[in-house]
Design a protein around this ligand. Structure first.
Ligand code: SAH
Length: 204
């Protein structure tokens, strides 16, 4: 309850998003010494030098993505799997990719334990998207690029939406929403954020 209250007070008001976040226990996605801070609104380390995002940011990004039941969604940056688990309560199908094999296999184990059969997680360089499953209705990138990667723009369906942080890795970045129209792309700046960088190539 406290957790949902904190989300609402930071601007997460979409009822479907709040319900999805209520159903997914963040504690399942964080291990070790940080486990006792799992219901606080802060990012936490998850291994491989990566972080699980701050819950309010997860909520605001999910809300900005405007996911509907019939949508096929791509997430770039599986990390702990928390964001993908939430998306799976809102979408028809979720593909999520990460450059670290270890993170993908840990996230897969959680998806199986929770019976989240709509999610397909795989090791891939998300800078290139997932051409074999394109086009996507929605794309969410949870690592910061300097610019929206061209292959991701190309894999967005007309009418589709992509939400991603852009900017230099050590500076404050901007969360932006890109909408693909018949004529091209519309860009909207949403808020300042701070994410780990989108890195090309696979990890160890
Ligand atoms: N969405 C995650 C948090 C992501 S942290 C969660 O809910 O826990 C960002 C993730 O992006 C990291 O796991 C990192 O390995 C991944 N990443 C960075 N560059 C990538 C790339 N080119 N392709 C795929 N994943 C990438």
């Amino acid at each position: 309850m406290q957790f949902l209250y904190a989300l609402r007070s930071k601007g997460v008001t979409d009822r479907r998003v709040l319900t999805a976040m209520e159903r997914i226990d963040r504690a399942l996605f964080v291990r070790g010494i940080f486990a006792d801070r799992v219901y606080e609104d802060m990012p936490l380390p998850i291994g491989a030098g990566q972080t699980i995002s701050q819950p309010s940011v997860v909520g605001l990004m999910t809300q900005a993505l405007q996911v509907e039941d019939r949508h096929k969604v791509l997430e770039v940056g599986t990390g702990s799997g928390y964001q993908a688990a939430i998306l799976s309560h809102l979408a028809r199908r979720v593909y999520t990719v990460d450059r670290y094999r270890r993170l993908v296999s840990e996230a897969k184990a959680i998806f199986e334990a929770l019976d989240l059969g709509k999610i397909t997680a795989m090791v891939a360089d998300g800078c290139f998207g997932l051409p074999e499953q394109a086009p996507f209705d929605r794309i969410l990138v949870t690592a910061a690029a300097e610019d929206p990667p061209g292959p991701l723009l190309a894999q967005l369906r007309v009418g589709g939406i992509m939400v991603l942080p852009v900017g230099q890795s050590d500076a404050v970045q901007s969360l932006i929403r890109v909408t693909r129209t018949d004529a091209g792309f519309d860009y909207e700046e949403l808020r300042p954020v701070r994410f780990v960088p989108l890195v090309e190539g696979l990890g160890d």
